[in-house]
Write a protein of this length. Structure first.
Lengths: 113, 112
């Protein structure tokens, strides 16, 4: 059974204080690992997809990395507008797995000015 | 381009009532799915579809029914609502490559 565990559950940062969110996963065969951002009352918004160990992707102050067992979302010099819940999900290999994502419980990030 | 549209946004049901949550996408995506989100539980897959006429169960399918007669629409039916189905429901769609899933804005359902 595919499993995703995110840590910490909640993270409070001061504006400009860099940090990382962790996503540990177990999956029979990894097709892709996804990061989403979710604002209160909204649906998840796509950030990144990582496919293989060693891969990195960046978007503004966010950088996602992937190893064979975990992924990190690094936040550099965060701003209050980066406050949100960050979700990690995995997609397994297999023909019918394209529509199926297994999510972690999320990390609630709060950035104080 | 509306993306994924869910209706209604909010709904209150009495125990035992039935209802249908609507989901429509205008991106011609093959894959569509329904998730529920509960505090501390993350999003859990209810049902999904890999194309018109093809559906399958996810992690928590009991009490829900789906069908997919067109590429655009993927309604979720609650057969007999129970308080345990109080949750926020999200519909998502993705293309054949599945490189990202687009989510709707959610339906907040309360069963009393």
């Amino acid at each position: 059974e595919d499993q995703v565990t995110q840590s910490p559950e909640a993270l409070r940062l001061q504006e400009g204080e860099s940090s990382s969110l962790n996503c540990s996963y177990t999956v029979s065969g990894l097709r892709g690992l996804f990061w989403y951002r979710q604002d209160p009352g909204k649906g998840p918004e796509f950030l990144f997809t990582l496919y293989s160990a060693g891969e990195e992707k960046e978007k503004e102050r966010l950088k996602a990395t992937l190893t064979k067992k975990e992924s990190f979302l690094h936040i550099t010099a965060p701003k209050p507008e980066d406050s949100a819940t960050y979700l990690c999900a995995v997609q397994a290999t297999g023909g019918t797995s394209y529509g199926k994502l297994t999510f972690g419980q999320g990390t609630i990030l709060t950035v104080h000015p | 381009n509306a993306g994924v549209t869910q209706t209604p946004k909010f709904q209150v049901l009495k125990t035992g009532q039935s209802m249908t949550l609507q989901c429509a996408q205008d991106m011609n995506h093959e894959y569509m799915s329904w998730y529920r989100q509960d505090p501390g539980m993350g999003l859990r897959l209810i049902h999904y579809s890999v194309g018109a006429g093809i559906t399958d169960q996810g992690e928590v399918p009991n009490g829900y029914n789906v069908s997919r007669s067109t590429t655009e629409d993927f309604p979720l039916r609650l057969l007999s609502a129970a308080p345990s189905q109080t949750s926020v429901y999200f519909c998502a769609s993705s293309n054949y490559g599945g490189t990202e899933a687009f989510f709707g804005q959610g339906t907040r359902l309360t069963v009393v």
